[in-house]
Ligand binder design. Structure first.
Ligand SMILES: [Zn+2]
Length: 452
């Protein structure tokens, strides 16, 4: 079998009935009589669930109205700074995709846009949100996890993951899953176990947008190709997650009737042999679903909330309402917030993108929007860097990048001229520094700290 060849010796699965919140299946291991780890219930083992955490961040951002489904998120080299230090996320594919519409960023599971979203929404609101949907294993302070929490660095159980995903098909109501229907005592008296009432954590229209994004394959095709395991022949929302160094494979998915989460991995804590979740856990989920589908199990569609959700024809690059100049357009769904104005990136025969996409634009031969003044793109104001003593000093350098003007840019550190150009390299020196980019009598300043 292919999965075993990839060192994926163990697997687990949880399936929940979305209507009754009964646990329909909870399979903790492939073979109970396996001498090694067969008697470990892997549905209750805490693990990093990687990208399967992302939909919760996007859902919160859409629900708050901070972003809409075609908000442009940056998938470019970005340094996020916080009290606990700098954070520079990388994509699974190790490449950057420039400006990305929110729906596609989630479908393709790009990391930098996800961190950008939670950085904008706020770490504490996100932390409180995921705590409210049954992730009891997340019990350290928000700063312990940092922004990486959106990329699934916090350890949770497969059961918690499956339970949390039920909020989407249940149109925003969280309730704990239960495994006991009733208790009968010796005398034959029955005690019916009543479930908790459930709490509203999202608006139904927000859930519909997430259901749409995770089930429409068009949002995933760029990252996952045309023939991936999570491309189903029936409506089914799914999100995969592959933890660092191919340790664990997760997939969580649902339709109106059921929610199902699958883990594939190795309880000896060994890494899997280059097995991404879409080919590991994704295949297991697909086989489970095809079995249900073939045995006539109902696969109902999500209910479209016509009053709250509406369509707008947008430009596929800018995410703004399309004009006749936009080469590629499509209909997108919106609930609380809609894009305003029209696409300004396309004009007759020309594409002009905002200054932060300068590097990406160069590859595509697009122009960059000329601001009146020079702007420092990197480093960001307030950034902290650390000199790594184990690495040669000559390699301890950062790029200084500026854009927004076609005129010559001059760089100054603490008032001393150090070079010219839109990008130069600067050797890190311990201390507080003021970095200045000057062009045509206009200057921008950022303040950074270098620790040793
Ligand atoms: Zn356009």
């Amino acid at each position: 079998s292919t999965l075993k060849d990839k060192n994926a010796l163990h697997a687990a699965m949880v399936m929940i009935d979305n209507k009754t919140m009964e646990i329909m299946a909870m399979i903790g291991s492939v073979d109970f009589f396996d001498y090694g780890k067969g008697q470990v219930d892997a549905t209750l083992v805490k693990k990093q669930v990687a990208s399967t955490m992302k939909p919760f961040a996007y859902a919160l951002a859409l629900d708050n109205g901070i972003f809409h489904t075609s908000s442009i998120l940056p998938d470019v080299y970005t340094q996020f700074y916080s009290k606990v230090g700098n954070y520079i996320p990388k994509n699974f594919s190790q490449s950057y995709h420039g400006p990305i519409r929110l729906a596609k960023a989630l479908g393709c599971s790009y990391n930098i846009p996800a961190v950008y979203v939670i950085n904008t929404v706020g770490m504490v609101p996100f932390y409180n949100f995921i705590r409210s949907i049954g992730f009891d294993s997340i019990n350290r302070s928000p700063s312990f996890y940092g922004l990486g929490i959106v990329l699934g660095n916090a350890e949770v159980t497969l059961l918690e993951l499956a339970n949390a995903y039920t909020i989407f098909p249940r149109e925003g109501i969280f309730e704990h899953a239960n495994c006991i229907r009733k208790i009968v005592d010796r005398g034959g008296k029955e005690y019916v176990v009543t479930s908790d009432k459930g709490i509203r954590v999202l608006q139904p229209s927000t859930c519909y947008l997430i259901n749409h994004i995770l089930s429409e394959y068009k949002y995933k095709v760029e990252a996952f190709g045309l023939h991936s395991a999570i491309h189903f022949p029936f409506p089914f929302a799914a999100k995969t997650g592959t933890s660092k160094d191919f340790k664990d494979n997760f997939v969580a998915g649902y339709n109106k009737n059921i929610t199902c989460a699958v883990w594939v991995g190795n309880l000896y804590n060994e890494t899997l042999d280059n097995l991404p979740a879409v080919s590991g856990a994704g295949i297991v989920l697909k086989n489970i679903l095809l079995h249900l589908w073939n045995s006539g199990f109902p696969f109902a569609k999500f209910t479209f909330p016509t009053k709250e959700v509406h369509e707008v024809r947008i430009c596929m690059l800018s995410g703004l309402p399309a004009t006749p100049f936009c080469p590629q357009t499509e209909y997108e769904l919106y609930a609380h917030t809609v894009p305003k104005g029209v696409c300004t990136w396309h004009s007759s025969g020309k594409t002009t993108v905002p200054a932060e996409y300068v590097r990406w634009a160069a590859e595509k031969h697009y122009s960059v929007l000329k601001d009146a003044a020079v702007r420092i793109i990197f480093p960001k104001n307030g950034a902290t860097f650390k000199i790594d003593k184990t690495v040669r000093k000559s390699l301890q350098a950062i790029p200084l990048q500026a854009a927004g003007t076609k005129k010559e840019i001059q760089w100054f550190v603490d008032g001393h001229f150090i070079g010219k150009g839109s990008e130069i390299v600067w050797q890190l020196q311990q201390g507080n520094h003021i970095i200045c980019a000057r062009s045509d009598k206009v200057a921008e300043y950022v303040n950074i700290v270098v620790l040793e």
